[in-house]
Write a protein that binds this ligand. Structure first.
Ligand code: FE
Length: 340
């Protein structure tokens, strides 16, 4: 039996999909979100599923993938398109490749247009497909950045998604109105830009004149996702969970005391938000020790104060503990892949 769960990240309006084979307990996670890795891992565990793969539909511009973090936590392997340009995957997927979980599999269909590396994952019996940002419910992802190409998108949707059975349920990477799924038949009939007998030039012309704003998260999300969501720094400040950062831009000065194997140092620096800044876990330390001696080998750090924040700082700064990841704090406005 297939186990299926649709999960939602409210910050980026991203849908993540858990797809498991109950007989073997093996499962896939499609488009995991970095900040939701703890939730997703807990759910898979409670359902008795072992995550064998995380699959991204493309290199996202509006959130950081949870692929790398889930790999650290659950041992899942990372796969995405060979045409994505991403490094750090365990498997680079080609058109029509299959990723198995237990006795089931999803098939890869290249569906470029939003990005070069966009794929749709189709369940083996073609009862459901995960379309990423290529086809949203009555919409589609932007085509004005990341190698976007409306002609390619039109062909992808019409030839590789609309050719699936009419009853095939389609699950997009996002919806901004709360609609969770659609079907091939529904989109063929009702999609205002890609359905019916609309011509490719109409679609491309419409796309050209959208004049959408520069996506806010793209400069953070794309570089991180080109490394499959690998955290930029290994030394993270492990703070108490009640310390919620208030915005992505927020920075804090801090002073720091470091104890090395053979000496001590004191210093200071800037506490900057890491990947998207939504979790304190991801805040990176830029420390500049001004005094000290000895070899900076396996140092232990103690943050002695942080300007602008009151609360308790845990004494260790020795790296990431993947437990106790607090759930989302920041309520910033994300960039979306939507066009309408
Ligand atoms: Fe996207």
């Amino acid at each position: 039996m297939i186990v299926f769960r649709q999960l939602f990240d409210p910050q980026s309006s991203t849908y993540t999909y858990l797809l498991g084979d109950s007989a073997s307990g093996e499962a896939l996670l499609i488009d995991p979100v970095f900040e939701q890795v703890r939730r997703d891992a807990a759910l898979a565990h409670e359902l008795g599923l072992h995550l064998t793969w995380t699959l991204d539909t493309h290199v996202h511009a509006d959130h950081v993938t949870g692929a790398w973090l889930m790999k650290q936590r659950a041992g899942s392997r990372i796969a995405l398109s060979a045409t994505s340009g991403a490094a750090g995957a365990d498997r680079l997927l080609n058109n029509r490749d299959r990723i198995t979980f237990g006795k089931r599999y999803v098939e890869v269909r290249f569906t470029p247009g939003h990005t070069n590396g966009c794929v749709t994952y189709v369940l083996d019996d073609q009862s459901m497909a995960f379309t990423g940002d290529c086809l949203l419910v009555r919409g589609s992802g932007r085509t004005d950045f990341q190698q976007g190409d409306p002609h390619a998108m039109f062909a992808s949707v019409r030839e590789h998604i609309f050719s699936l059975p009419a009853t095939c349920l389609l699950y997009p990477a996002h919806d901004y109105r709360g609609i969770t799924a659609t079907s091939v038949e529904e989109e063929r009939r009702s999609h205002p830009r890609l359905g019916g007998d609309i011509a490719v030039d109409d679609f491309a012309g419409y796309r050209k004149n959208l004049n959408l704003p520069h996506p806010k998260q793209i400069d953070v999300a794309v570089p991180a996702n080109l490394k499959c969501g690998q955290a930029a720094a290994q030394n993270w400040l492990d703070l108490d969970s009640e310390w919620g950062p208030s915005s992505f831009e927020q920075r804090h000065q801090f002073t720091l005391q470091a104890t090395y194997a053979t000496g001590q140092g004191v210093g200071g620096g800037t506490l900057v938000p890491g990947l998207r800044g939504a979790l304190l876990k991801n805040w990176q330390i830029t420390a500049n020790l001004t005094t000290g001696s000895g070899t900076p080998r396996t140092p232990t750090y103690r943050v002695t104060s942080v300007a602008g924040i009151t609360g308790t700082v845990r004494p260790d700064l020795t790296g990431a503990s993947l437990d106790d990841i607090p759930d989302g704090f920041a309520q910033q406005k994300p960039c979306h892949g939507r066009d309408e």
